[in-house]
Design a protein around this ligand. Structure first.
Ligand code: FAD
Length: 311
């Protein structure tokens, strides 16, 4: 058995999503190679080489791979696929962009959002916004998987380094896509996907100004990321990239504080794996209390300023 793990990175540092997907790969069992596709990504390869239990790091560098556009990256992975039984990646924006194309080119099905490895060919994954868990067995010769990393602990990254092999990056023969620009939102806060604490606000905040005024001081005190429900995003109280849920980000911080969020299933789908959930809501029957470890029935406009004072 040989497994190829497609690494998530920004050409400078390796994302911990890779270390988490590696834990899933280890449960499948076999020789694991990590593919670092990028440009000037030597430091990423160095970090990947120190992850536990891997055989080799394959480093492919070219202009076409710098942004990991789906077409050249998928072509590279398909070229390597003959040596592997399983190809996997974290279910990040990049992983979800590249791997379906790999699966299509290999004419196999992709198993998406794996949350549990049952055996090397059988996996569990959420469906219906996490309301049901499907067990999927694949008979494909090459298994293509994306891993929901919130379900796996990060593999240790402090081991004696595995060999780094530089491989041919191939050419971007397709020319189907071109990188134009990457516009990143500037934020001094921890990144939502990897934050240990998230303070999240819902429709109850009532306006963008109040969202800022009430949520920011608590988040500052806690060193937390700020999240939002879709209702808050749709109403313009918070920006799109803060949305947590089925159509937003899936998060699993140590602490998730839901403020004025009812707990619709689509929201729960994005945060119910959080280690500790605190809910603040005026309605004691709000569904969020069914998943909360600690519930405060009350007005968030009283409770959050008081919490900030106490902190
Ligand atoms: P509401 O449901 O209106 O809840 C507001 C809550 O605030 C209430 O429980 C109320 O009791 C409480 N409240 C009011 N005033 C106060 C106060 N002063 N203090 C404390 N509490 C107060 N939603 C998501 O969040 N993420 C998604 O990714 C997502 N994807 C979706 C995908 C689809 C296909 C669909 C159909 C829906 C999706 N939704 C998603 C929307 C979801 O169904 C809910 O509409 C949304 O989550 C509700 O947001 P909310 O809890 O902020 O608002």
């Amino acid at each position: 058995m040989a497994i190829l793990l497609f690494a998530e990175h920004d050409n400078q540092s390796l994302s911990d999503q890779t270390a988490k997907a590696l834990s899933a790969a280890s449960l499948i069992g076999g020789d694991i190679d990590i593919l670092v596709a990028g440009k000037n990504a030597g430091s990423v390869a160095d970090a990947a080489a120190k992850l536990s239990g891997i055989r080799n790091v394959l480093l492919a560098e070219s202009d076409a791979l710098e942004q990991r556009l789906a077409e050249p990256t998928a072509a590279l992975i398909v070229n390597l696929s003959g040596d592997y039984d399983t190809i996997l990646a974290p279910a990040t924006t990049t992983g979800k962009n590249v791997l379906p194309r790999v699966a299509a080119l290999l004419d196999v099905m992709q198993v998406s959002d794996v949350i549990e490895v049952v055996s090397p060919d059988t996996f569990k994954r959420p469906i219906y916004a996490g309301n049901a868990i499907e067990t999927v067995q694949t008979t494909d010769a090459i298994k293509v998987l994306t891993i929901r990393t919130t379900s796996f602990a990060a593999a240790n990254g402090d081991n004696a380094p595995a060999p780094i092999k530089t491989i041919d990056a191939g050419s971007d023969a397709t020319g189907l896509s071109t990188f134009l620009e990457n516009i990143l939102s500037k934020n001094d806060r921890p990144e939502l996907g990897s934050a240990k604490i998230i303070v999240s606000g819902g429709r109850a905040l009532g306006s963008a100004e109040r969202f800022q005024q009430v949520m920011t001081p608590v988040a500052d005190k806690l060193g937390a990321a700020i999240g939002a429900s879709r209702a808050a995003v749709d109403a313009g109280y918070a920006s799109n990239d803060l949305q947590v849920g089925q159509t937003g980000r899936v998060v699993a911080p140590d602490l998730y504080i839901a403020c004025g969020i009812s707990g619709a299933i689509q929201h729960l789908a994005g945060m119910k794996d959080s280690k500790i959930i605190v809910a603040i809501n005026t309605d004691e029957d709000a569904p969020i209390f069914q998943v909360a470890d600690y519930g405060i029935v009350g007005d968030l406009f009283d409770i959050l300023p008081e919490l900030e004072r106490q902190l």
